[in-house]
Design a binder for this molecule. Structure first.
Ligand SMILES: NC(=O)c1ccc[n+]([C@@H]2O[C@H](COP(=O)([O-])OP(=O)(O)OC[C@H]3O[C@@H](n4cnc5c(N)ncnc54)[C@H](O)[C@@H]3O)[C@@H](O)[C@H]2O)c1
Length: 393
């Protein structure tokens, strides 16, 4: 019998840690392998390195009992299932990079054993599951490969891991069944598809969201350009009208997944994915649009501007690919002074929100943290793309 049921490589990250904790809480013996020793130490002390609802309680229930941590790759040999959740390999232009993944597997292959099942969990460029399966076959070891994409909403992983259906794909019925049975500990709904279908399902899911946000952002810009009130239009469109129910509000569409996955799909279609590129231009253009609107009304070079909310989304401390930072860079060129604040992000360069309001002539809400609905903005000019404070000033 294996010492552990599951080894999660990259298990201290945003995706890996909730998954490891949920399996450990479900009675599986789980070993986390991660290269980041500082974070391993934090987790060993039941501290969560990022905001994730309910995760600390799960760590308190499981660390040292069914959940263990190690930076040593040799622990990989001691588990029946090996889940890989290290980041998606892309270069600085978001092109897929196979060499990073190959290097990673070259490192772990010596520790893989006959009879193990590898579960690829990171988002993958279409076709990579097949390529990795082939690569592992060539080692002569009897290792099965499955691809089971993660589709959680960061911050709500614990709840969503239990409530979302799990997509499972693989190359043989035996491993598909074993992996499906394992995921049934977490969720009752399992959807079995081919690996290429699972890879595309994940990319289509994120890209679909990205395109929906782009549609809302484009309409927001149109309405603003014509001096019309986007949120009155939004209400008129969506109130008691089922076919526009999922129409999002405007705001920064950012973070580590949506843009990247849209561009992965674009690379997959030989850069002929016009809809995806259009979505990228709209979403990435929103910070520039906001600055242009301010410039049309005032001499920005004489103004101090505060950005309230640096995380990439509400109620989060995750700043990865946050458009608030893009906004900051534009303003650093155009405005007299730029101040930044965030209720959750820990960064000594940020200032408290009261000080930001005091010092700024113009305030832009960058991330819609709930707390920002009720601040006293002291009659300052607030740019509120998210419609946070309407009627409350
Ligand atoms: N963040 C999300 O909401 C989300 C949702 C769905 C899917 N994904 C996908 O999941 C993957 C991981 O994303 P994440 O947000 O958890 O990233 P992350 O950066 O938070 O976590 C990655 C972890 O892997 C560790 N790591 C890196 N290289 C390693 C190695 N060689 N050996 C052991 N550990 C290693 C890092 O130290 C880190 O703890 C990505 O492919 C992403 O696209 C993310």
């Amino acid at each position: 019998m294996n010492k552990y049921d599951i080894c999660v490589i990259g298990g201290c990250g945003h995706v890996g840690l909730p998954l490891a904790a949920v399996f450990a809480n479900g009675g599986k013996r789980v070993i986390i392998n991660d290269v980041n020793e500082n974070v391993i130490d934090l987790v060993k002390n039941c501290k969560v390195p990022f905001m994730e609802e309910g995760l600390e309680d799960l760590l308190k229930n499981t660390v040292g009992k069914t959940l263990f941590l190690s930076k040593e790759k040799k622990v990989i040999s001691e588990a029946e299932f090996v889940i890989v959740v290290v980041g998606t390999p892309v270069d600085e232009h978001l092109n897929p990079v196979f060499s990073t993944l190959k290097k990673f597997f070259d490192e772990i292959i010596p520790f893989l054993c006959n009879g193990q099942t590898i579960i690829l969990r990171s988002t993958l460029y279409p076709g990579l599951t097949k390529k990795l399966n082939q690569m592992l076959k060539e080692t002569g070891k009897e290792i099965s490969v499955c691809f089971c994409p993660e589709r959680i909403l960061e911050g709500r992983s614990i709840e969503e891991l239990h409530n979302l259906p799990q997509i499972v794909s693989g190359f043989d019925q035996n491993s598909i069944k074993k992996v499906s049975d394992m995921f049934r500990i977490v969720t009752k709904d399992i959807i079995i598809v081919e690996p290429i279908e699972a890879e595309l399902a994940k990319l289509f899911t994120n890209t679909w969201r990205y395109i929906q946000f782009a549609a809302a952002n484009q309409f927001y810009m149109m309405a603003e350009d014509f001096g019309a009130d986007f949120y009155k239009i939004h209400h008129a469109m969506t109130y008691n009208y089922p076919r526009t129910k999922s129409f999002p509000k405007a705001g920064f569409a950012a973070g580590p997944c949506l843009f990247k996955d849209c561009m992965q799909l674009s690379a997959f279609t030989d850069n002929t994915f016009f809809l995806g590129h259009a979505a990228m231009l709209v979403n990435e253009g929103l910070p520039n649009f906001i600055v242009s609107c301010i410039e049309n009304k005032t001499n920005l070079s004489e103004k101090s501007v505060g950005i309230l909310g640096m995380a990439f989304k509400s109620e989060s401390d995750d700043i990865r690919e946050s458009l608030s930072y893009k906004l900051k860079k534009i303003l650093q060129i155009k405005a007299r002074q730029v101040y930044c604040s965030d209720h959750f992000v820990k960064d000594e360069r940020l200032i408290p929100e009261d000080e930001l309001i005091e010092k700024s002539d113009i305030i832009i809400i960058g991330a819609p943290h709930e707390k920002y609905r009720t601040l006293n903005y002291k009659n300052k000019h607030v740019v509120d793309v998210w419609n946070m404070i309407r009627g409350k000033q």
